[in-house]
Design a protein around this ligand. Structure first.
Ligand SMILES: Nc1nc2c(ncn2[C@@H]2O[C@H](COP(=O)(O)OP(=O)(O)OP(=O)(O)O)[C@@H](O)[C@H]2O)c(=O)[nH]1
Ligand SMILES: [Mg+2]
Length: 218
């Protein structure tokens, strides 16, 4: 079956790399589909990956911002991968180190051809900071679909949560259908079915579905 739903619980750790040169060395190549999780340090990227894959310790989480300093890649299947990117915007690290991560992040985003979708995670209490906007604008320019995920939504009451979601939707509406906005809680699992459905869609770009169908017929 070429259009079956991806079981995100199957995710397996594949590789940690300081930059994309290492990815190219250790992966079959810049092929298939990668969905990357980006966001400020402490936004909840690693926690979201663990919740979505139902694995407590797939990605390392931490109370200390700046925990994910490498590009961590997880395989869903032979053709699809999830990527936990180093967080940005974290002030309390030495400048040289910060530059190194930001360079790795920028290079991944600019040069990784198999990047097929970008999840931009933002704490629902502090959404749309400058670097988040830059990230979203950049992806839209490159025709990469974006999911703006408003994390830690368990920290707000339902009314405040929906107010922020609506405000962010309004701000990002100019970008069109390529940018979606959803609330999420890794703690409670809120928003999980919706997110999985969006990621599943990104896992099935037309070109891959067609290639797999052709391969099946051969
Ligand atoms: N209440 C609540 N806390 C959360 C949620 N998601 C993450 N956290 C907490 O936020 C902190 C940071 O979470 P991480 O998942 O490590 O954040 P990250 O974006 O991977 O951070 P870096 O790796 O430093 O870039 C941890 O203390 C988590 O327990 C959530 O949905 N609700
Ligand atoms: Mg992390």
């Amino acid at each position: 079956m070429t259009d079956s739903r991806i079981d995100f619980r199957q995710a397996k750790f594949l590789i940690s790399a300081p930059d994309i040169a290492h990815l190219d060395e250790h992966l079959p190549g810049d092929v298939g589909v990668e969905i990357a999780f980006a966001g400020r340090s402490n936004a909840g990227k690693s926690s979201a990956l663990n919740q979505l894959t139902e694995q407590k310790n797939l990605a390392r989480t931490s109370k200390t911002p700046g925990r994910t300093q490498l590009i961590n890649v997880f395989a869903l299947d032979e053709h699809r991968r999830l990527v936990d990117l180093p967080g940005y915007g974290f002030a309390q690290v030495p400048l040289a180190m910060k530059k190194k991560w930001q360079q790795a992040l920028g290079q991944y985003l600019q040069e990784r051809a198999c990047l097929s979708g970008l999840v931009v995670l933002m704490d629902i209490r502090h959404p749309l900071k400058d670097l988040d906007m830059q990230m979203i604008e950049w992806a839209v320019d490159c025709d990469i679909p974006v999911l703006a995920l408003l994390t830690k939504c368990d920290k707000l009451a339902q009314s405040a949560r929906m107010k922020t979601v609506n405000e962010v939707r309004k701000t990002l509406a100019d970008f069109g259908d390529g940018v979606k906005v959803e609330p999420f809680s890794s703690l409670k699992g809120t928003g999980k079915p919706k997110v999985l459905s969006i990621l599943n869609e990104w896992c099935h770009p037309d070109w891959l579905v067609e290639a797999l169908a052709d391969a099946e017929q051969e």
